[in-house]
Design a protein around this ligand. Structure first.
Ligand code: ATP
Ligand code: MG
Length: 200
């Protein structure tokens, strides 16, 4: 095939593709805050959530973060974003296999949830990141019905990102965007140590 023919075919394909993309863009006219779920076993869930917070803050929007599970060790995003005025609530108990105290964990989870609800009712907050909240539902530390209700009743323009493995079906059902991060391989399995700036 001559270069000209090949180029023309390419042009025709691209025109067709552009028409389809333009049509889809024209059809997506609704404006509302969305619920995003980033779940699955692969690496990249919290970094995606914090990336979205950074994106929003970069546009001058107001974001708030609740870190469930984690918080007893440093977190690069927290240091950076707090310095840019993003409020954080850190559950701070660490993993259940470290605390080994269910009552303390439940109390801390409920406290984190109370703060989450405050932000989920505040229309001035454009984005709420509920990092690792899925585990609170798996362990039944929080009531899934209550979480679904708060997410449903949040201000119309508010965006929420939920992260964590094995997200409860009820949250996926009400979410607008759901991504499952699949683990193809992870450095840790090859014996490579977790490192600053990459893993926390
Ligand atoms: P990240 O915060 O890097 O985006 P994540 O939120 O997807 O990771 P978590 O399940 O919250 O993953 O685990 C956080 C920590 O565990 C990170 O240090 C991450 O590198 C590590 N990790 C994530 N996925 C895996 C995996 N499949 N195998 C081993 N370690 C993992
Ligand atoms: Mg995470």
């Amino acid at each position: 095939m001559s270069n000209d023919r090949s180029n023309e075919k390419h042009k025709a394909r691209m025109q067709e593709h552009k028409a389809k993309v333009d049509e889809r863009v024209a059809n997506a006219q609704e404006e509302k805050g969305i619920l995003i779920v980033i779940t699955g076993n692969g690496k990249g869930k919290s970094t995606s959530g914090f990336g979205t917070v950074t994106r929003a803050v970069g546009h001058g929007l107001k974001a708030a973060v609740v870190q469930y599970v984690k918080g007893t060790w440093p977190c690069g995003e927290r240091d950076l974003l707090q310095a840019h005025g993003v409020p954080f609530h850190v559950m701070g108990t660490g993993f259940t296999w470290e605390t080994q105290d269910k009552a303390t964990d439940i109390a801390a989870a409920k406290k984190a949830w109370e703060q989450s609800k405050v932000w989920l009712q505040d229309p001035s907050v454009n984005l709420v990141l509920l990092d690792e909240i899925t585990y609170m539902l798996t362990y039944k530390y929080l009531d899934v019905g209550e979480v679904v209700e708060a997410l449903r009743n949040r201000p119309q323009g508010q965006n929420v990102v939920v992260t964590g493995r094995a997200c409860h079906r009820a949250i996926i059902d009400i979410a607008d965007t759901v991504s499952e991060v699949k683990s193809v391989k992870h450095a840790f399995d090859a014996g490579i140590k977790a490192q600053v700036g990459i893993d926390w």
